[in-house]
Design a protein around this ligand. Structure first.
Ligand code: COA
Length: 167
């Protein structure tokens, strides 16, 4: 029997390039289910990032200041190994539209095959964020669009600076 005092910990992994209000929405929902969330920048080999890991960590620190019971980290190995090391019982993922389903399903099944003790928990993203993503927000910002309602203020500022030197 597990002790009732054991903390319910979940890892919330992602590229967070950069963190958006859609991610914050999932974090807020996740904190209602878990005692602690570890928000971790993981390496997705199929993506080329705009921000360095250090920049993304800093943006997460600034954007998540208002939340308690949060830890911020980065890791470049296997997600289930990281979750086990952190004594997390779950991996938290946000689901936006049906188009997310196949990819998420495949990833969750692979993770379960790799470690049966860790469950993937999906939460439905708030409807105002279901058509946003870090890439689409970066693209809008790149062409001068106002994305201030879609990202935390620190991200809005950093995106403006980054994009003015990047292109
Ligand atoms: N609201 C709005 N947008 C959201 C969102 C939400 N709630 N949740 C996710 N998104 C967006 C993200 O901004 C991101 O957009 P982008 O593709 O334009 O960058 C996109 O949805 C994908 O989300 P993200 O959560 O960043 O996932 P990812 O696919 O980049 O990350 C990892 C996948 C990092 C978790 C995965 O590659 C991994 O686990 N890597 C470690 C190695 C490993 O263990 N691999 C085996 C896994 S089977």
């Amino acid at each position: 029997m597990q002790q009732s005092a054991e903390q319910k910990i979940a890892v919330y992994p992602g590229s967070f390039d950069p963190v958006t209000n859609g991610h914050l929405d999932i974090i807020e929902r996740g904190l209602k289910l878990f005692d602690k969330l570890i928000v971790t920048i993981m390496f997705n080999p199929s993506k080329k990032s705009l921000f360095t890991v250090e920049e993304r960590l800093e943006l997460l620190e600034k954007s998540l200041e208002k939340f308690s019971n949060i830890e911020i980290d980065s890791f470049s190995g296997l997600l289930v190994d990281y979750a086990a090391k952190q004594k997390a019982r779950a991996i938290l993922r946000g689901m936006r539209a049906i188009s997310d389903f196949e990819y998420e399903f495949q990833m969750a099944l692979m993770n379960r095959r790799l470690n049966r003790e860790i469950q993937t928990v999906f939460l439905i993203t708030g409807t105002q964020w279901i058509f946003t993503s870090s890439s689409i927000i970066k693209e809008a910002a790149r062409f001068g669009g106002n994305i201030s309602s879609m990202v935390p203020p620190a991200v809005n500022e950093k995106l403006k600076k980054k994009l003015s030197t990047f292109y």
